[in-house]
Write a protein that binds this ligand. Structure first.
Ligand code: SF4
Length: 254
């Protein structure tokens, strides 16, 4: 039988490393998942920040972001009508979004720079069997040619010692960009709007090569799991948020 190409992204890699069974339910069986209000709130914040950079520099103020919100919220509801009834209190919901947007302005002043790309799709065939891709929230190229990659997180910053794990996603983007453009980004930055903190890193060539090796190893593990249909469960605190807990053999007898 012809082998299908494995589509990898930082999220799917995280799924597999967090729990192979979760990966199977999500990436192979494409099972439906319950609506996550946290994830939907994150998408709404991202869409406002994306449009903010369409405005002239001098207009990219906190008030402008708040003004964009009603339109973006309407668009969000039109795209996903079930969100309207899932939000228990619309005012509280929008107030939380506003608070996250306000925190963004504590971390950056968007009137002082321009953004080159938003929602940039980067992709690469790692081999005949493996395709790697991802969407970068924002990529800025300075007049000097220096590149920085920004990712907005609507949660809180990682506890000390967990920053490296958090940076993996951006190192994958940096690797994809480097392989495409021949330029290693100067700065990777995670902006945590949940607590107004950021995590920064300047990637080195050896770090990106190490990231590539990790991706190669994980893709081999996934291909083996698919071939043998072996996706063990891995219980963790993430199970409390897992959409598949009700059917997961770790919590139910098969
Ligand atoms: S409930 Fe836990 S063990 Fe089961 S699939 Fe989800 S994350 Fe994995």
């Amino acid at each position: 039988m012809e082998q299908k190409v494995l589509r990898l992204s930082p999220s799917r890699v995280n799924d597999f490393t967090n729990c192979p069974r979760l990966y199977k339910y999500r990436a192979i069986e494409n099972l439906p998942e319950k609506l996550s209000l946290d994830a939907e709130r994150g998408k709404l914040v991202h869409s406002v920040l994306e449009d903010l950079f369409d405005l002239p520099r001098s207009e990219r103020k906190e008030s402008a972001a708040i003004e964009l919100l009603p339109t973006k919220w309407e668009e969000h509801q039109a795209e996903k009508p079930e969100i309207t009834s899932a939000v228990p209190d619309e005012k509280e919901w929008l107030d939380r979004v506003k608070s996250l947007l306000s925190t963004y302005f504590l971390l950056e002043d968007p009137t002082t720079f321009d953004s080159t790309y938003r929602e940039l799709h980067l992709e690469r065939d790692m081999s005949e069997d493996v395709y790697l891709h991802g969407y970068v929230d924002r990529l800025d190229i300075a007049a000097t040619g220096e590149v920085r990659i920004i990712d907005y997180k609507t949660g809180k910053s990682p506890k000390p010692g967990w920053e490296e794990k958090a940076l993996f996603q951006l190192r994958v983007y940096a690797l994809l960009y480097w392989r495409r453009e021949g330029v290693i980004p100067r700065l990777l930055q995670l902006l945590y709007l949940g607590d107004g903190k950021s995590v920064k890193s300047s990637p080195t060539e050896s770090q990106l090569l190490a990231t590539e090796r990790i991706l190669t190893n994980i893709s081999q593990e996934i291909l083996t799991a698919i071939e043998t249909d072996h996706f063990p469960t891995k219980k963790s605190r993430l199970c409390d948020w897992c959409s598949f807990k009700e059917i997961c053999p770790a919590f139910n007898k098969e």
